[in-house]
Design a protein around this ligand. Structure first.
Ligand code: PLP
Length: 286
C-alpha cells in the first residue's frame, strides 16, 4: 500500500480508500493522471505537471476540476507523508455514474493522490545504463493526453521485463520510434542530439521539456525528428527521460550494444545538467 492516500477531499487510511465499481475511471479508463517526484522534501516541477494536467483535462472535455484545489491537495498529501524523496501519483476520473459509454457533464470527479517512497522504484534502475527491447506501438492516436488508458504501455513494459530488461521502446506502423512505454526517448547520431517531435504520437514529457531547456543552455542543438528503427539502431547514444528515470542511458537494444555499449558523452553531460537543476531546485519554466 502507498504510504499516504488522499481521496476526494481528505487523507484516508489506506483501508478506507475505496472507489465505486461505477467509477468511470475503473469502467472506461475515463481519467487522466500525473506522476511527480519530490527531492529533499520539495515537490519537483509541480507547476509544469499542473499545466500538463490542465491540458489533459481539457482534451478529455473534463472542465469541472479546480486546479488550485488540486495543487493544495497534492501539497497537503505530500506534507502528510513526511517523505523527502517520494513519488506522488495523482489520478482524476470523470466520476461515478451507472455504466453507459456517453458521459454526463455534471459528475463529481474522483480525485486520488498517493505518495510513496521512491527508493523501491529507483532500486530497479541502473543509471549507468539499462537495456531495452523494441515493441510495437499499439496505442491510440492521442498519446499526448496523459490518460490512464495504458493497456498497450502495460503490455509493452511487461514484455520488456519478460526479456529481463528495463524498458520497451515503441515502434509505430511506419517503423519509426515514438517513445518508451513510460519514458521519452533521445538519441545521438553524427554527434547531433535528437528526440521525437512533439505531437499526438507522444506524451509531452516534463523531463523531455527540462532536457530541451538544459541542452539549449549548454549550447547543444536539439533536433526533433522522426527516426526509422534501422537508423535508430545505428545511434551512438540513446537515453530515456522521465520523472523517475530522469536521464537514463540505454546501452543495449534488442541484444545489441548501443554505440560503444557504455553511456556516451552527451548523455552524461545532460544527466549531470539535469541533476544540477534538481539539486538547485530550479524547475522554473524557461
Ligand atoms: N512517455 C510516456 C508514455 C510516459 O508514460 C511518461 C511518464 O510516465 C513519459 C513519457 C515521461 O514523462 P515525464 O517526463 O513527464 O515523467
Amino acid at each position: 500500500m502507498p504510504d499516504v492516500v488522499y481521496l476526494n477531499g481528505r487523507i484516508v487510511p489506506p483501508s478506507e480508500a475505496v472507489i465505486s465499481v461505477n467509477d468511470r475511471g475503473f469502467l472506461f479508463g475515463d481519467s487522466v493522471y500525473e506522476v511527480l517526484r519530490s527531492y529533499g522534501g520539495r515537490l519537483w516541477a509541480l507547476n509544469r505537471h499542473l499545466r500538463r494536467l490542465a491540458r489533459s483535462l481539457a482534451a478529455i472535455d473534463l472542465h469541472t476540476v479546480d486546479l488550485e484545489e488540486v495543487r493544495a491537495a497534492i501539497e497537503e498529501t505530500y506534507r502528510a507523508s513526511s517523505l523527502p524523496d517520494a513519488v506522488v501519483y495523482l489520478q482524476i476520473t470523470r466520476g461515478v455514474a451507472p455504466r453507459a459509454h456517453a458521459y454526463p457533464r455534471d459528475l463529481q470527479p474522483t480525485v486520488v493522490i498517493t505518495v510513496r517512497d521512491v527508493a523501491p522504484a529507483l532500486a530497479s534502475i541502473d543509471f549507468d545504463g539499462v537495456a531495452a527491447v523494441t515493441a510495437p506501438d499499439l496505442r491510440w492516436r492521442r498519446c499526448d493526453i496523459k490518460s490512464t488508458n495504458l493497456l498497450p504501455n502495460v503490455l509493452a513494459k511487461t514484455r520488456a521485463h519478460d526479456h529481463g530488461v528495463d524498458e520497451a521502446i515503441l515502434i509505430d506502423a511506419e517503423e519509426c520510434v515514438t517513445e518508451g512505454s513510460s519514458t521519452s526517448v533521445f538519441w545521438v547520431a553524427q554527434n547531433r542530439l535528437f528526440t521525437t517531435p512533439a505531437g499526438p504520437e507522444i506524451l509531452p514529457g516534463i523531463t523531455r521539456e527540462l532536457i530541451a531547456e538544459i541542452a539549449r543552455e549548454e549550447g547543444i542543438p536539439l533536433l526533433a525528428e522522426r527516426v526509422r528503427l534501422d537508423q535508430f539502431r545505428r545511434a551512438s547514444e540513446v537515453f530515456l527521460a522521465g520523472t523517475v528515470h530522469e536521464v537514463c542511458p540505454v546501452i543495449r537494444l534488442d541484444d545489441a550494444p548501443v554505440g560503444s555499449g557504455r553511456a556516451g558523452p552527451l548523455t552524461l553531460q545532460l544527466q549531470k545538467g539535469y541533476r544540477a537543476r534538481v539539486a538547485a531546485g530550479d524547475d522554473e519554466l524557461r
